[in-house]
Design a protein around this ligand. Sequence first.
Ligand code: ADP
Ligand code: ZN
Length: 201
Amino acid sequence: MYHGSHPGWIEVIAGVMFSGKSEELIRRVRRAIIARRKVQVFKSHLDSRYTGLYTVSSHDGKELEAAPIDSAAEIFRQARPTTELVAIDEAQFLDPEIVTVASALAARGVRVILAGTDTDFRGEPFGAMGALLAIAESVDKLQAICVVCGDLATRNQRLVDGRPARYESPTILVGGRESYEARCRHCHRVPRKDEDQTALL
Ligand code: ADP
Ligand code: ZN
């Protein structure tokens, strides 16, 4: 947590799916509400987990109202001058302008909290998350539990029909048949086109 005397800074909550990013975002927002701060929560349109587009929901069922947005500029337009905390979930789906928007909000005294998956299904940096990690005052990187071996999970395993998705498949799939598992580095599988079929196991 940042303890400067001027308000206005950036916090990033990063990590794989199921690592508790939404839970942590909701916890911070709830505490700010208890402190009577003026809060606005945004969430990328692309994610519609469980309860539709208008809530931030964690895997344990906790919920918070969120305004759906599909660009960084929209966050900037919708942020009211009196708002003290802007929380953004699923930040990995946003365009690179989110870096400028988060910085501009922080410069005018807003506490900005961004939660997002920092690596894609390949284990590579996702969207603007790398840049956001770099410009943030505070970064928390969370881990889930690997569903294969029980170690700490640091990778998103994409499965299509129960099999690891290939490296070449697109970064963002909306409404597809794919599913995701949290896995550790060693249990994570990303077969490439030129690899032997046994890599799919
Ligand atoms: P994120 O926003 O990072 O996807 P959430 O906050 O939505 O994570 O969900 C975290 C919750 O997911 C945990 O508290 C736990 O109850 C549940 N969960 C389901 N699968 C796993 C897993 N493999 N590892 C850890 N937690 C998991
Ligand atoms: Zn593992």
